[in-house]
Design a protein around this ligand. Structure first.
Ligand code: S3P
Length: 441
């Protein structure tokens, strides 16, 4: 269905043409979860001993983390079977000879800062244009309170960290962010005394689960997580569950077709990540969990999704749900015109400071396809019962925008050109190939 062709427009990179589909069916196994891959890579690099990481994310972002780990003295080798062997630094990184390049990855920059804040050297974290626009004050403030010194440029990268001995912190996060929480737990692991983080929303808990997997004790009581400093980590053998945020694109694609039948194997089903499944059920999609197991306390399952012959209803997404669904909101908004009652999103201001301003870019691209949409400071109203028309989409160098509109294109009238489609590789290089596999025309 889709084919690569070079772009003749003002957009950078490659254009993918997505033609409308008649159905979605088949089965897929997804590459490893991006959030978990980052955390396993960082903790494997920090721990004592050797870790073997299977089904590591194929996305560019977690590979930025692996490259940083190598620069900090960890051994990283990729075996023929795709398994990464990481030899850790036993709690003491080497001072890097050059700036650590986080690429497009906010997770790398924010979480690695937590590990580096306690190391007795100065290091600098840099990123691409998009990452250099994203807010870093959210980590500077609490890490400074723990005793580190961080230099930013007007709140942004480059982030220079003057590391040293840290003291534990009792901190209430002003923004719901798993990256900030994890950053503080990574710093707290090396601080004197206890570090406590109180969240307003139970954000994804992969950081806590990964720390436990590598041997640390982490306590949770309701919305508070705490860690004692001075604990040692040891290497592990782990398999990374399939990425549910990547699966989201195919789940939403299947939701668009009444006769669809899609099976996704080995998908991460951690409850702090799985709110999308509830929203899809609310829209009328039939979802079955065919198998469920646990790997290092991460739930992994086989998911079957069946379209609803009665079509999709509508959804209201606000409050804690918006924070828990933050990465899935672009694709939900992109399919909203095909629902009966539309989708209303609020309390999602954080979308404006992701890899792009995702509220503005979703609205712009929906309008390009001929939809009515109302933009709010913290969300969107996308009415239902609309027809979308194939159009030129600006992915804005944002992987999730490129993939969200490739899904919307499946039920549009006419072909859609996704300009900047190559950005999908930030989290999911196989996306267009997988989409081809499951679409029937
Ligand atoms: C992530 C947390 C979220 C999410 C990002 C990955 C993580 O960001 O949007 O894609 O791995 O912890 P915030 O921590 O900024 O909410």
């Amino acid at each position: 269905m889709s084919h690569m062709k070079s772009s003749a427009s003002a957009f950078s990179g490659s254009t993918r043409v997505v033609t409308p589909a008649g159905n979605v069916a088949g089965s897929l196994r997804l590459p490893g979860d991006k959030s978990i891959s980052h955390r396993y890579a960082m903790l494997a690099g920090f721990a004592e001993g050797i870790s073997h990481l299977t089904n590591f994310s194929s996305g560019a972002d977690p590979h930025s983390t692996l490259a940083c780990m190598q620069q900090l003295g960890a051994g990283v080798e990729r075996g023929e079977n795709g398994v990464f062997t990481v030899t850790g630094c036993a709690g003491s990184f080497q001072a890097p000879q050059a700036a650590l390049d986080c690429g497009n990855s906010g997770s790398t920059m924010r979480m690695l800062a937590g590990l580096l804040a306690a190391q007795p050297f100065t290091s600098t974290l840099v990123g691409d244009t998009s990452l250099s626009r994203r807010p870093m004050e959210r980590i500077r403030m609490p890490l400074t309170a723990m005793g580190a010194k961080l230099d930013l440029t007007e709140g942004h990268a480059p982030v220079t960290i003057h590391g040293g001995p840290l003291r534990g912190l009792d901190y209430r996060t002003p923004i719901a962010s798993a990256q900030v929480k994890t950053c503080l737990l990574f710093a707290g692991l090396q601080a004197s005394g206890t570090t406590q983080v109180h969240e307003s929303v139970h954000t994804r808990d992969h950081g806590e689960l990964a720390l436990r997997a590598f041997g640390a004790e982490v306590e949770r009581s309701k919305l508070t997580v705490s860690i004692q400093g001075g604990q040692k980590l040891h290497g592990i053998d782990a398999s990374v569950p399939g990425d549910l945020s990547s699966a989201a694109f195919f789940l939403c694609a299947a939701a668009l077709f009444p006769e669809s039948n899609l099976v996704l194997d080995g998908v991460g089903m951690n409850p702090t990540r799985a709110s999308l499944l509830d929203v899809l059920r609310g829209l009328g999609v039939r979802l079955n969990v065919l198998e469920l197991s646990e790997q290092h306390a991460e739930l992994v399952g086989t998911l079957q999704v069946l379209g609803n012959p009665g079509g999709l209803q509508g959804a209201e997404i606000s409050g804690a749900l918006s924070a828990q669904l933050i990465d899935e909101l672009p694709v939900l908004a992109a399919i909203a015109p095909y629902t009966r009652d539309g989708i209303r999103i609020r309390d999602a201001r954080e979308l404006r400071v992701k890899e792009s301003d995702r509220i503005a870019l979703v609205a712009q691209n929906l309008r390009a396809m001929g939809a009515q949409v109302e933009e709010f400071e913290d969300g969107l109203d996308v009415p239902g019962g609309q027809t979308l028309h194939g159009a030129g989409i600006d992915a804005g160098d944002d992987h999730r925008i490129a993939m969200a509109f490739a899904v919307a294109a499946l039920r549009a009238v006419g072909d859609t050109q996704i300009h900047g489609a190559e950005s999908a590789a930030i989290s999911f290089p196989e996306f267009f190939e997988f989409l081809d596999r499951i679409t029937e025309r």
